[in-house]
Design a protein around this ligand. Structure first.
Ligand code: SF4
Length: 378
């Protein structure tokens, strides 16, 4: 699981749309966009010619996004007028593929403990401040049921059961929770406990119509991953995602902006093409949490997350895409709803977040905001 996820996720009614096959432009077109550069950490210093931006945007409109054109869009959109056009193209792609209907979901944290040691450097669990790390204390079964009922009462259609990563497995507890929540609510269910499940349980979840099964990669940059998540294993995450696909399940993924370079962010987004069963893809924006090893690290910019979101929409028009933020940790959280819709996000938004000692209900505000923007939210 990724503790900076929460804003958008959940299962989607009807047949989930998966990652489309890659379409490649001509070599002549590719030569007009900027070449992929390694370790380009400074977004503002990569110049993009008008013509190159236009070529990349027109390829984006045709869902023909490779790494070079994605980076051209990313850096080119540092200019306000280009960012506006990128967002408009992404919103148009979303409207064409999915329409303007939003499904409101809920997230329940944490249904299982996280056994990683040490904890991820950005995670509340690594905070030396007890009131912060306690936010991620596992819920009792009774609290899980109460949280699910609360979500349903508030009008959520789907519920993401979010927990920590346990390499020894969370199968038994997860099955018990899914069965109990199913017995007391009519919510569609999704799970996010990282690579903590056996293939047998993944297949069982499929039979229970629990979808998607999340496994957040955060970044495919192995060095950056090892620094940010010293107790985690990127290879185990990849293997788990492959196993979910082999089992016929649908995948959810979260990518974190702020872990590495813009190039590694874009590469990680486009990596979804390797997992054609992906139906949900979210971008979290690193925000420092008090008391953690990364408490003094500079936050990632919401604007760069929005650019990444718009590029992801052009690359994957039919996916459920959005920003993943945690309201209790990120004061910019609510403002991002309108921004992400304008940048092509949708069509599932989390309106309810339940933690051990905290319940957040944004349902009415999101409904009002979505309606005023011309969306129908249910
Ligand atoms: S420490 Fe565990 S719960 Fe926290 S972000 Fe890492 S995997 Fe998720």
């Amino acid at each position: 699981m990724n503790c900076s996820r929460a804003r958008t996720a959940g299962s989607t009614p009807g047949r989930p749309q998966r990652v489309p096959r890659t379409r490649r432009g001509s070599d002549r077109e590719r030569s007009k966009v900027i070449p992929a550069k390694r370790n380009t950490d400074n977004v503002g210093r990569i110049p993009v010619e008008d013509h190159a931006f236009e070529v990349a945007l027109s390829r984006g409109r045709a869902a023909d996004v490779d790494l070079d054109s994605a980076l051209t869009l990313f850096y080119g959109a540092n200019r306000q007028d280009r960012a506006r056009r990128l967002f408009q193209a992404a919103a148009q792609a979303r409207d064409t593929a999915l329409g303007r209907r939003l499904t409101l979901s809920a997230h329940l944290h944490m249904i299982t403990r996280c056994a990683l040691s040490p904890s991820c450097k950005y995670c509340s669990l690594s905070s030396s401040i007890p009131s912060v790390s306690d936010e991620r204390s596992p819920l009792t079964l009774r609290e899980v049921i109460a949280g699910a009922r609360f979500a349903e009462k508030k009008g959520a259609r789907s519920l993401v059961l979010v927990g920590g990563t346990d390499p020894d497995g969370s199968d038994e507890r997860l099955r018990k929770i899914v069965a109990r929540v199913r017995a007391v609510t009519d919510l569609d269910l999704a799970v996010d406990v990282g690579p903590s499940l056996s293939e047998r349980t993944v297949r069982w979840l499929g039979r229970q119509s629990v979808s998607p099964i999340y496994c957040s990669m955060e970044t495919i940059d192995e060095k950056v991953f090892a620094v940010a998540k010293p107790g985690d294993d990127l290879g185990a995450r990849r293997r788990f995602m492959e196993m979910v696909e082999r089992s016929g399940g649908h995948l959810g993924n979260v990518v974190m902006n702020g872990l590495g370079t813009p190039e590694s962010l874009v590469r990680t987004l486009l990596e979804s093409r390797r997992f054609p069963h992906t139906t949900h893809l979210h971008i979290s924006t690193f925000h420092p949490v008090r008391g953690t090893p990364w408490a003094r690290r500079r936050p990632a910019s919401l604007r760069s997350s929005l650019k990444a979101l718009a590029i992801a929409r052009l690359a994957f028009p039919t996916l459920q895409l959005g920003l993943a933020e945690v309201g209790v940790e990120n004061p910019r959280d609510f403002a991002s709803v309108a921004s992400q819709l304008a940048a092509g996000g949708g069509n599932t938004l989390a309106g309810v977040l339940v933690y051990k000692n905290l319940r957040i209900d944004h349902m009415e505000r999101i409904r009002d905001q979505a309606t005023s923007l011309g969306f129908e939210a249910s």
